[in-house]
Every structure is written in structure tokens, then in C-alpha cells.
Write a protein that binds this ligand. Structure first.
Ligand SMILES: *[C@@H]1O[C@H](CO)[C@@H](O)[C@H](O)[C@H]1NC(C)=O
Ligand SMILES: *[C@@H]1O[C@H](CO)[C@@H](O)[C@H](O)[C@H]1NC(C)=O
Ligand SMILES: *[C@@H]1O[C@H](CO)[C@@H](O)[C@H](O)[C@H]1NC(C)=O
Ligand SMILES: *[C@@H]1O[C@H](CO)[C@@H](O)[C@H](O)[C@H]1NC(C)=O
Length: 241
């Protein structure tokens, strides 16, 4: 075989490889926490949870990567009690699994291209493991960032997180009220080996701002990166009725 023929073959190989693998070539995992009180202000739901809870574990690239890999709750039966606490669906009461099904379909089926995440059980178990390892709730409390009627500046919150983890988070707010913003989501990022890394804003930024269509049927505006120059409200638990 001539040199050029070989080159052409090789190139065909790489072309195919590139096109079939590109959607799954993620390099970063984003562990997204949300603040239930803020979520429920946006969605008019009710919750008495005053912990940051899991929203999802998202590869930085790829979206709905394999529609034939369907979610099956019985494969994560052992994780469900922990998921109800740490990864609760704030809109659909238990035993609904619609939130986790959505996360699996949208993000989990893309994450599976790492051996450490290549089953449904591994994916959800790893998300829970990372969530507990991080302990965002105690990290913030330990730096006196607590829900309160007084406001914070973004630098205080970001600084506390940086101080604890030595990496930059991505912190998102809702901007429903003029002149202030409400703390809603905190993303902390890992590389493929689950080492903490700085979150950088992915190219597909827009798809992340409102990734849960299923959860935002109330016509809410979604989250965007908090403004550094505007005070941040970190809403405390509403008084119990
Ligand atoms: C909040 O988190 C703490 C520590 O992780 C836990 O002990 C507590 O049960 C959680 N509270 C709720 C309402 O989930
Ligand atoms: C999609 O998921 C199905 C069912 O698990 C699996 O058999 C198939 O190999 C997957 N396809 C790709 C491209 O990963
Ligand atoms: C879900 O998983 C269970 C346990 O492996 C299996 O018995 C069942 O057939 C699966 N259901 C579907 C719809 O694939
Ligand atoms: C807060 O930080 C101190 C000093 O690092 C540590 O000893 C303590 O366990 C932390 N508390 C919590 C709740 O994380």
C-alpha cells in the first residue's frame, strides 16, 4: 500500500473517531448543588430542607448522549434512601424518580464514557460520594456563611469556598429582584480522576443556565453567574407554619 493510501486510511479512521467521540469528550465534571429555599422561591414549592442538596453531576460536554440507555430505579435501590436526603426532588414528592431519571438521561448517559462512571449505579453512587466528601454545608458554615437576612458579597462566599477547597467554584444567582440577587447554585468541579479543579465556564454555558426544563415548567428565569458588585441574599428557611 502506498504512503498516501495509508495516510488516507488513517485519516478516515481519525475522522470517524473524532466524529463519533466528540460529543463525549468531556474533561471536567461539575458537581452542582442547589439551595432548596431559592429553588422553591422560583418554583413556588415548599421545603423545610436547610442544606445545600445535589442538583447533578454534569460532564462539561455532551447532553442526552444515549437515549436507549434508560433509567432503571431498581438498579439504585440501595442508594434511594440517601438520594432522598441528599438529592431530593423538590417538585415531585417521593416515590417519584422523575428528577433522577432526567439527570441520568441528560448527563449520566454522557458521563458513562469514563470507566469509573460506566453504569447507572456507579454514576449516582459517585455523585453522592463526591457530595459527602466535599461537605459544602459545613465548609460554608465554618466560614460563617450562613443563611440570613443580612447580605453577603460574592467575594465573601467565593473566598470561603476557595479557602476550604483551594479551587474556584462557579456561583449562580437568580436576579428576580432589582438591586439584589439570590444565591441559588454552587458548582464545584473535578477532573476525570476526581481531583478538584477550578471551574471554568464551559463553551455550552447557555445550556447550563437552565438545564432542567422538566424542573422549570413554572416559567422561571433560571440561574446565571452572580454579579460581583451586587449584594447577595442567602435566604434562610421560611418560618414554619
Ligand atoms: C443537613 O445536613 C446535616 C449534615 O450533613 C444532616 O445532619 C441533617 O440531617 C441535614 N438536614 C436535612 C433537613 O436534610
Ligand atoms: C447506549 O446504551 C445501550 C443500552 O445500555 C448500549 O447497549 C449501547 O452500547 C449504548 N451506545 C453507546 C454508543 O454507548
Ligand atoms: C431494571 O433492573 C432490574 C434489576 O436488574 C431488572 O430486573 C429489570 O428488568 C430492569 N427493568 C427494565 C425496564 O429494564
Ligand atoms: C471547621 O474548621 C475547623 C478548623 O479547620 C475544624 O477543626 C472543624 O472540624 C470544622 N468544622 C466543621 C463543622 O467543618
Amino acid at each position: 500500500m502506498g504512503y498516501f493510501a495509508l495516510l488516507a486510511l488513517l485519516c478516515l479512521g481519525c475522522g470517524l473517531g473524532a466524529s463519533s467521540y466528540k460529543p463525549h469528550e468531556w474533561t471536567m465534571l461539575i458537581l452542582t448543588h442547589h439551595w432548596p429555599q431559592t429553588f422553591c422561591i422560583m418554583q413556588s414549592c415548599k421545603t423545610d430542607i436547610d442544606n445545600w442538596t445535589l442538583h447533578g453531576l454534569w460532564p462539561d460536554k455532551g447532553h442526552m448522549c444515549n437515549s436507549s440507555w434508560v433509567f432503571n430505579a431498581s438498579l439504585i435501590e440501595d442508594l434511594l434512601p440517601e438520594m432522598r436526603k441528599s438529592w431530593p426532588d423538590l417538585l415531585h414528592p417521593s416515590p417519584s424518580t422523575v428528577f433522577w431519571e432526567h439527570e441520568w438521561k441528560t448527563h449520566g448517559t454522557c458521563a458513562v464514557h469514563s470507566d469509573a462512571l460506566n453504569t447507572e449505579h456507579k454514576y449516582f453512587n459517585k455523585a453522592l460520594e463526591l457530595y459527602h466528601k466535599l461537605g459544602l454545608n459545613s465548609a460554608l458554615r465554618n466560614h460563617s456563611i450562613v443563611p440570613s437576612e443580612t447580605y453577603y458579597m460574592l467575594d465573601d462566599i467565593e473566598g470561603a469556598i476557595y479557602d476550604f477547597y483551594k479551587v474556584k467554584p462557579k456561583i449562580q444567582c437568580t436576579h428576580a429582584l432589582k438591586g439584589e440577587q439570590t444565591l441559588g447554585q454552587i458548582e464545584i468541579c473535578f477532573d476525570k480522576e476526581f481531583t478538584l479543579i477550578d471551574c471554568h465556564h464551559p463553551v455550552e454555558e447557555d445550556t447550563w443556565n437552565n438545564p432542567n426544563n422538566i424542573l422549570t415548567t413554572g416559567g422561571s428565569t433560571g440561574f446565571s453567574v452572580c454579579d460581583r458588585n451586587v449584594k447577595v441574599f442567602y435566604p434562610p428557611l421560611k418560618e414554619k407554619q
